[in-house]
Ligand binder design. Sequence first.
Ligand code: COA
Length: 257
Amino acid sequence: MSEHVLVEREEGLLTLRLHRLDKKNALTRAMYSRMAQVLEDADSDPSVRAVLICGGEQCFTSGNDIADFLQEPTTGMDSPVFAFMQALFDMKKPVVAAVAGPAVGIGTTLLLHCDLVYVSQDATLKMPFVALGLCPEYGSSFILPQMLGHAKAAELLLLGEAFTGAQAAEWGIANQALENGAATLTKAREMAKRFLHLPPKAVEVSKQLMRGPGREHLRQVIAEEGALFNQRLRSPEAIEALSAFMQRRKPDFGRFA
Ligand code: COA
């Protein structure tokens, strides 16, 4: 169990709150395992009608804990991060996300698998996988070009360009951008609570239909990305980039061909 993930219940709404603010809510293996378990339990608990994933009013998450990446790189689909993303991917119940402040790496990727996303307009979303010597993960290399077109997706995935909450809403990655973190959390909770008054089976089958026939292809993409990501985590390029972050210096890729 991780004390860095808080679980709250308000009638049929289960809130999963990231709470490791001194490390900008960087996600550890223990946090992923806990989140995976909470999501799986929520999906099989008939009293839960919707799930809200959030961080604090100033920070969603700085992504995977970089020290963890270096010390215990993921091995395969059975690692805690995959267990969490798999649980999110397979959720039958609606999942809403509230994002304020940074949403880096998996913090942005996971939004692509939520049903509703509310963001603070000055939130900073970023997928710096390539700059870290890694590659896109969990379906983003497929979903984002489809959603935004190749050119825009290339800026976000290859160059790792940061974008704001306001842009995320404009591009359809988020439903709405709110004026600040507090307003974002309030709005997301309000929208998530709407599901408590809807017939649950109708919500479930409708969500299932919206996922469409491309779902199995997406599953394959996720497996391919996962295998490459695990290889890249052990690459000299990634080790240089991740070590540079921990040592607070600029990475030097000059020696790589
Ligand atoms: N993994 C591990 N530690 C992290 C972290 C991460 N992903 N993100 C932040 N931290 C730690 C910092 O090392 C620092 O720890 P310290 O106080 O013990 O030195 C603390 O959290 C605060 O981070 P800091 O960088 O000082 O905060 P900031 O407000 O200046 O910047 C971010 C916030 C999110 C922009 C910046 O921390 C960042 O870029 N983090 C890395 C994001 C990343 O590349 N994630 C991986 C994606 S695959």
